[in-house]
Design a protein around this ligand. Structure first.
Ligand code: NDP
Length: 453
C-alpha cells in the first residue's frame, strides 16, 4: 500500500498532461489525479491549433468562391458572418472539452478543477485549500502569449483573445513574424480584415528555410497583406477609431485593433518551483533531462512549460515517454530529431529536417528545388506559386531536409517526413514512382541539383 494519496499527480489538462494521465491510469493501473484551473484541452484545443485550423478553413472560402467562378460555376459570395462562425466554433470547442473530460473519466483519472502548486517534492496544494500527496508529480502547464515590455502594451490583444472577439475589426496590425503572426495574418485577411504586419527582422518566419519563407512572404504580400520588415512599435495609445501606434520606422497610424504575436512564455510562475530548487531557464522554462525529469527526482515536466519543441504532438510524445519510463519500467528518452511541422499560412509551409542554410554550415550539400504555378490555381487565373525542395548530403546522399510551400503542405510533409525520418537517400526518393498529376510528384522527379556547395 502506497504512503501517498496518488501514484501520479498531473498539473495541467492540456494535450500532454491529459495523455500522460490517461495512459498511466488506463494502461498501467496507476492511481492518478489531474488538476486543471481553466478548461480541459489546453492551448491546442481551446485557444490554439483547433480553433485556429477552423479559422483557416473559414478563411479559404474567399478564394474558393472566385476560383469556382473561374471554373464555370455561377456562384455569388456575400460577406463573412463572424457571429455565425464563432458561435459554431465555440460549440465545437465545448464538445471537444467534453470529450477530454470523458476520456479522463473513462481511464479512471480523478479530475480536480483547481489550480495546483507544489508544496514539496511529493505534495501539491490546491486553490481549494486541500493538499494532496503523490509519488510522482508531472507539470504540464503549457505556455501563454506575451506582449512586449512597453507602455500601454495591454491595449493590444494576443492570440487567446482572437477567438473571443465580438466582431472582426476592419483593420488590424499584427506585430511579430513567427508562426502565430503569419497564420493569423493570412486567416484574418481571408476573412476580410485589412491586415498590416510589423516584424522586427528582415524576413518573416525566422529559423525556417530562407527560400521557403521568402516564397511564403511573397505570396502573402501578393494576396494583399501589408508587410513591413524591420518594424516594431515604440508608442501606442487609444485614439478615435482604435489604437494609434508609432513604429520604429517613424510611421504613425491608427488601427482598429493591434494584435501582439510576439512569442510565448512557459507557465511556471508562482508554482512553488523555486522553493523546491527546481531549475528554470531565463524565460521560465523548467529544466529537465532526456526523460523529462527535473532536478527533484519525483517531479517531471513535459510540453511547452519546458520550452523544448513547442508543438502538441511533441508534448503528447513527451507524456507517453514519461509514462513508459516511470510506470512501464522502460527508460524512454524523448526523440526530438526530425520532427515534421507545418505553418498554416496561405500557402502553407511544411518542413522537416535541416534548412539549406543550416545544412550548408554543417557539410557539403546538393539542393534540389522547383517552384511552379500549380495546375488548379493556374487554370483559375491565379499567380500562386508553390515550391518543393530537398536538401541532400553530398557525402552519403541522405535527404537532410524537405521544405514544401503549397496548399496542403501540412498533409504532404507528414508523409515525406516518414522517408526523411527513416534516413532515405535522394536515390530512394527517385526510385519512388510519381503520382501524377500532383504537386508533390516533383519531390521524386527532380533530376539535377540547382545548387551545390
Ligand atoms: P515565435 O517565436 O514563432 O515568433 C515570435 C515573433 O515575435 C518573432 O517574429 C519574433 O521576432 C517576434 N518578437 C518577439 N519579441 C518581440 C518584441 N519584443 N517586439 C517585436 N517582435 C518581437 O512565437 P509565436 O508566438 O508565433 O509561436 C509560439 C510557438 O507556438 C511557436 O514557436 C511554435 O512552436 C508554436 N506554434 C506552432 C504552430 C504550428 O505548428 N502551426 C502554430 C502556432 C504556434 P524574432 O524572430 O526577430 O525573434
Amino acid at each position: 500500500m502506497s504512503d501517498f494519496d496518488y501514484d501520479l499527480f498531473v498539473i495541467g489538462g492540456g494535450s500532454g498532461g491529459v495523455r500522460a494521465a490517461r495512459v498511466a491510469a488506463g494502461e498501467y493501473g496507476a492511481k492518478v489525479a489531474l488538476a486543471e484551473e481553466d478548461r480541459y484541452g489546453g492551448t491546442c484545443v481551446i485557444r490554439g491549433c483547433v480553433p485556429k485550423k477552423l479559422m483557416v478553413f473559414a478563411s479559404t472560402y474567399r478564394d474558393a468562391f472566385q476560383d469556382a467562378r473561374d471554373y464555370g460555376w455561377d456562384v455569388t459570395d456575400g460577406p463573412f458572418n463572424w457571429q455565425t462562425f464563432s458561435g459554431k466554433m465555440r460549440a465545437e470547442l465545448d464538445r471537444l472539452e467534453g470529450v477530454y473530460r470523458r476520456l479522463l473519466d473513462g481511464s479512471g483519472v480523478e479530475k480536480l478543477d483547481a489550480r495546483a502548486t507544489l508544496k514539496d517534492a511529493h505534495t501539491v496544494k490546491l486553490s481549494t485549500g486541500e493538499e494532496k500527496t503523490a509519488k510522482h508529480i508531472l507539470i504540464a502547464t503549457g505556455g501563454r502569449p506575451v506582449r512586449p515590455e512597453m507602455d500601454n502594451a495591454d491595449l493590444g490583444i494576443v492570440s487567446d483573445d482572437i477567438f473571443h472577439l465580438d466582431e472582426l475589426p476592419k483593420s488590424m496590425l499584427i506585430v511579430g513574424g513567427g508562426y502565430i503572426a503569419c497564420e493569423f495574418a493570412c486567416i484574418l485577411h481571408g476573412l476580410g480584415v485589412d491586415v498590416t504586419m510589423y516584424y522586427r527582422g528582415g524576413q518573416i518566419l525566422n529559423g525556417f528555410d530562407d527560400e521557403a519563407r521568402g516564397l511564403v512572404a511573397e505570396q502573402m504580400r501578393t494576396r494583399g497583406i501589408d508587410m513591413h520588415s524591420g518594424a516594431s512599435i515604440i508608442e501606442m495609445e487609444n485614439r478615435e477609431g482604435g489604437t494609434w501606434v508609432k513604429a520604429t520606422t517613424g510611421k504613425e497610424k491608427t488601427f482598429e485593433k493591434v494584435f501582439f504575436a510576439t512569442g510565448r512564455k512557459p507557465n511556471s510562475t508562482n508554482m512553488g518551483l523555486e522553493n523546491l530548487g527546481i531549475k528554470m531557464g531565463r524565460n521560465g522554462a523548467i529544466e529537465v533531462n532526456e526523460y523529462s525529469q527535473t532536478g527533484v527526482p519525483s517531479v517531471y515536466a513535459i510540453g511547452d512549460v519546458t520550452d523544448r519543441v513547442n508543438l502538441t504532438p511533441v508534448a503528447i510524445r513527451e507524456g507517453m515517454a514519461f509514462v513508459k519510463t516511470v510506470f512501464g519500467g522502460e527508460p524512454t528518452p524523448v526523440d526530438h530529431e526530425l520532427i515534421a511541422s507545418a505553418v498554416f499560412t496561405q500557402p502553407e509551409m511544411g518542413t522537416v529536417g535541416m534548412t539549406e542554410e543550416a545544412a550548408r554550415a554543417q557539410e557539403e550539400v546538393e539542393i534540389y528545388a522547383t517552384s511552379f504555378k500549380p495546375m488548379q490555381t493556374a487554370f483559375a487565373g491565379r499567380d500562386d506559386r508553390v515550391m518543393m525542395k530537398l536538401v541532400v548530403s553530398k557525402a552519403n546522399r541522405t535527404v537532410l531536409g524537405c521544405h514544401i510551400v503549397a496548399p496542403q503542405a501540412g498533409e504532404m510533409i507528414q508523409l515525406a517526413g516518414i522517408a526523411v525520418k527513416m534516413g532515405a537517400t535522394k536515390e530512394q526518393f527517385d526510385q519512388t514512382c510519381a503520382v501524377h498529376p500532383t504537386m508533390s510528384e516533383e519531390l521524386v522527379t527532380m533530376r539535377n541539383p540547382v545548387r551545390t556547395s
